[in-house]
Design a protein around this ligand. Structure first.
Ligand SMILES: Nc1nc2c(ncn2[C@@H]2O[C@H](COP(=O)(O)OP(=O)(O)OP(=O)(O)O)[C@@H](O)[C@H]2O)c(=O)[nH]1
Length: 565
């Protein structure tokens, strides 16, 4: 029962270990998933921001290119004959930039159909502007048409841009601020360009500015004021674009002082009927120059935001990789620890338990251990081995001592004390049907053997007698040397016939024994027997009875058995 309990407790320990391993695996997987999903989401969002903003950058760039191209187109329309070639070259250069950036827009950003439509809108507008490569402005209506068709082509593209912006924001709401502000910058560039366009024809034709243009100027200024206000509301960009606000203010200052001031004075001149203080070509050039910083402003903003998004993405990726590496290391450590404890500590301890159980049961145990066992457990193995050796030595010693305390050293039969103890136990098992029989035996004239042949010869006789008694005894018989040349046997037997036969066989055997003196002199011996039987009585009483019978055998001539019923 105890053994079973020990075996099941060993199995339990292993079960608990596997249970803990499974629990650790599940918990670390949940923790890993939780940590990884957060880092993954952060990285994914940062990466999305980079991609989306990059896409938006492409689309916005074309808007900016178109605004710029419009300004060069205005310059060409208004330029005097001698400057036509230079203005044409600048316009060509600007158109190349627009076409290059348009070609770069991937099909999934703006549909090919939409791009085709933009190009189709652009082509006739450009053709109308190209009429002014050779001829100077003569018909203001034709010139206005050329300028308006360029504005219409830009408007068409802007519609597509707005649609795309709202799609971006749906995809990645976290980029809302930067994308709206970038769009506002693009709008600002466009609105400031359109403002100047309202004055080009009146200035070129030296006519008052029509009311419609004055209203358009007023709406344009309001639009620009709203855009300036919107751009002041900086979000997180304030941290990673520290010089941007300053650049914004200086751009505004430059535009107010040069562009807006020029427009305002032209409007006053128009309303007061004065001639314009600047000719159309100069106006176009100077106004275009006052818008130069808008392109830089947009470039600074877009490049800064993109750089920030790329940096954020790199940081998020680094964080994600660190989390992955840490989790892998942690998982490996946890697994390693579990397997270390299992193979180097737990299994050896279970083996130690087996060895200790074996030692308790008195079995010889093999205390060899695996080299990979933990050092402390190895020491335990070695100590247990030593303990086992010592216990076995102790057991052997105590067995020897016990045998010595119970044995007669000459004949190896039980001594008197052991005979009394074992004989007393046997007597307790006796019953009327199976009484105990006690036979006392004493060598006849043993003194004369000693005297005649010497003490060593007497010893040999005693040893030979002991051998003879053992030879005739049965398992369970208790045989002892009571002292000197006196021996006794006690056993249980149902009837005296058996005892008589047994005693006679021993008596005859002793008679047949042949001994030699120190010089080979032959002699033989006889012995006298006293028998007693009984149950439920003390051994000492039976010994007294047998002794009395032995006394009788001695007195009645020796070499005989007395006391049998
Ligand atoms: N050799 C030897 N002799 C022993 C030992 N123990 C006792 N004796 C001797 O045994 C002898 C016993 O002699 P007694 O008691 O006179 O008896 P006995 O000579 O046998 O005479 P009966 O018994 O009357 O026949 C003594 O001489 C003891 O010294 C022993 O261990 N070895």
């Amino acid at each position: 029962m105890k053994k079973l309990k020990k075996a099941s407790s060993s199995a339990n320990v292993l079960r608990y270990l596997w249970g803990s391993t499974a629990a650790t695996l599940i918990l670390t997987s949940i923790l890993s998933w939780w940590l990884l999903s957060g880092s993954w989401a952060a990285w994914h969002s940062a990466r999305n921001n980079v991609i989306q903003f990059d896409n938006f950058y492409q689309v916005l760039l074309v808007s900016n290119d178109l605004a710029s191209e419009r300004a060069y187109a205005n310059e060409l329309v208004l330029s005097p004959q001698e400057k036509k070639a230079q203005a044409g070259a600048s316009l060509d250069n600007s158109r190349q930039i627009t076409d290059r950036d348009l070609a770069k827009i991937p099909a999934d950003l703006l549909s090919p159909a939409l791009l085709r439509s933009t190009i189709e809108q652009l082509k006739p507008a450009r053709n109308k502007v190209d009429q002014f490569r050779e001829v100077t402005l003569s018909d203001p209506v034709v010139a206005q048409r050329a300028i308006d068709s360029m504005v219409a082509a830009t408007d068409f593209y802007h519609e597509a841009l707005f649609r795309r912006t709202s799609e971006f924001l749906l995809l990645e709401p976290s980029a809302l601020g930067p994308i709206l502000r970038a769009q506002a910058l693009g709008e600002l560039r466009d609105a400031t360009g359109r403002l100047g366009a309202q004055l080009i024809i009146p200035v070129a034709t030296h006519t008052p500015i029509p009311l419609g243009n004055i209203e358009a100027l007023s709406r344009g200024k309001e639009r620009i004021a709203v855009l300036w206000w919107l751009l002041r509301t900086q979000g997180a960009e304030a941290h990673y674009l520290p010089g941007f606000m300053q650049q914004l203010e200086s751009t505004r200052d430059q535009f107010e002082k040069q562009g807006v001031a020029m427009i305002d004075s032209l409007v006053i001149e128009s309303e007061s009927g004065q001639p314009y203080s600047v000719d159309a070509a100069n106006f176009a050039l100077r106004y275009h120059a006052s818008l130069g910083s808008f392109n830089e402003l947009l470039d600074t903003y877009l490049a800064g935001v993109k750089k920030h998004y790329v940096y954020t993405e790199q940081q998020a990726l680094l964080h994600l990789m660190m989390v992955v590496v840490i989790l892998i290391v942690l998982n490996l450590l946890a697994m390693g620890l579990i397997f270390y404890v299992r193979s180097r500590v737990l299994r050896p301890i279970l083996r130690l338990n087996e060895i200790a159980t074996g030692i308790i049961a008195g079995k010889q145990q093999d205390t060899l251990m695996n080299d990979s066992t933990a050092e402390e457990v190895q020491e335990l193995f070695s100590s247990l081995g030593t303990l086992g050796d010592k216990l076995r030595e102790q057991t052997r010693l105590s067995k020897t001592l016990q045998r010595q305390s119970e044995e007669d050293p000459l004949t190896n039969l039980l001594n008197r004390r052991a005979f009394d103890a074992l004989g007393g136990n046997l007597l307790k098992l006796a019953s009327p049907q199976q009484p105990a029989w006690l036979i006392m035996m004493d060598v006849d004239h043993f003194k004369s053997i000693n005297d005649t042949w010497g003490h060593p010869t007497g010893d040999k006789v005693l040893v030979q007698l002991a051998t003879t008694l053992k030879k005739f005894s049965r398992p369970g018989d208790v045989i002892g040397r009571l002292g000197g040349e006196e021996f006794a046997m006690i056993f249980c037997s149902p009837g005296h016939e058996d005892v008589t036969g047994y005693t006679t066989r021993i008596q005859n055997e002793i008679r047949r024994l042949r001994f030699e003196g120190p010089k080979g002199e032959p002699f033989s011996i006889t012995a006298s027997f006293g028998v007693a039987s009984g149950w439920q009585q003390e051994l000492s009483d039976m010994l007294a009875q047998a002794d009395a019978a032995l006394y009788e055998a001695k007195n009645s001539g020796r070499d005989r058995v007395c006391g049998l019923p």
